[in-house]
Design a protein around this ligand. Structure first.
Ligand code: SF4
Length: 316
């Protein structure tokens, strides 16, 4: 691990300012991803800004009858929260499908959104990787790609976003609240928060230098059957090959977001419109423009079959 300096932030504005003043710095909260990356020297921040003391760990109702989830709320606490379990069951189920109990006890809401891909080439500094080192190439293309993306890919990167929680947030139309280095606040719809890789796969979100997440806001509950189904190579502690987060209303309409298939939580509102027609129609829209490899072509069928199972479950 490379040497770094350490600071305990005492205010949100101070943390943002400090991060902007040092472009090679990183925020640290739960540390469940950044520490591994530092040990492997995939990430080499010269300065760590510990944000654990910023009191962003509350879950509170909003005046609009939604829910504001502080950036530092641990995944375990969010999954167990009574309001989340009752009105945002999709979020609770997605959280519990991720990682392990120990990791969920440490991992935070903001950190979960910002976690890096689990592409094995990204984690191996001996391999070319445009995400780790821009312009160096992509070892995954032409390599082992069973876990990789099938939609929204580019010639520079075919990695997936690993978060389960983010799939639920996308289906729920959450909004990410931030504070910039100049102290101004932003509300970013989750659909705009993560980026597709394009030619700059190392830039994964629309956050600006120093900008810090303070909360994620859930809109008022919309009811419906809320289901998260994750297909993976083993029953626990594994990333999704494909996951479906869906909210299905009694009349068959609903929303669907897909994990394990793209560089960001994958939802196309045009697919929501097709949900009533069934899994084939909706999955067909979701997988339009898919560019699979020979090794991950199976994901296209798997999306349809998993969505079919989710719709059947919703119909009882
Ligand atoms: Fe790196 Fe993306 Fe290629 Fe993986 S898929 S090696 S993360 S550029």
């Amino acid at each position: 691990m490379k040497a770094f300096t350490y600071e305990r932030a005492s205010s949100v504005e101070g943390a943002a300012k400090s991060a902007a003043a040092n472009p090679a710095s990183k925020f640290i909260a739960g540390g469940t991803n950044i520490l591994d990356l530092m040990k492997l020297e995939v990430e080499c921040p010269t300065h760590l800004i510990d944000v654990n003391g910023l009191h962003l760990d509350k879950i509170e109702p909003t005046p609009e009858a939604g829910l504001r989830v502080g950036a530092l709320v641990r995944n375990t606490a969010l999954a167990a929260d009574e309001t989340v379990r009752r009105h945002y069951g999709l979020l609770s189920r997605a959280l519990l499908a991720g990682a392990s109990g120990q990791l969920r006890n440490k991992a935070t809401t903001a950190g979960n959104l910002l976690q890096r891909t689990r592409c094995p080439y990204f984690y191996d500094p001996n391999q070319a990787c445009n995400k780790r080192q821009p312009g160096s190439g992509c070892s995954a293309i032409g390599g082992f790609t069973r876990q990789h993306a099938v939609v929204g890919t580019s010639n520079a990167c075919i990695a997936t976003h690993p978060s389960d929680m983010a799939i639920a947030m996308r289906a729920l139309d959450a909004v990410v609240e931030t504070v910039k280095a100049d102290g101004t606040k932003r509300s970013i719809p989750i659909k705009d928060f993560h980026r597709l890789p394009g030619n700059t796969p190392h830039i994964e979100t629309v956050l600006e230098l120093g900008e810090i997440i303070t909360a994620v806001v859930l809109p008022p509950p919309i009811g419906g059957k809320q289901i998260y189904r994750k297909v993976r190579d083993r029953a626990s502690y594994a990333f999704a090959l494909v996951s479906i987060g869906a909210i299905i209303q009694p009349d068959g309409t609903g929303r669907v977001a897909v994990g394990g298939v793209a560089h960001k939580p994958w939802r196309l509102e045009e697919a929501d419109v097709e949900l009533k027609q069934g899994a084939k129609a909706a999955a067909g829209v979701l997988m339009t423009d898919a560019r699979p490899t020979e090794q991950n072509r199976f994901k296209i069928d798997l999306v349809e079959r998993t969505l079919g199972a989710v719709i059947a479950q919703a119909r009882g």
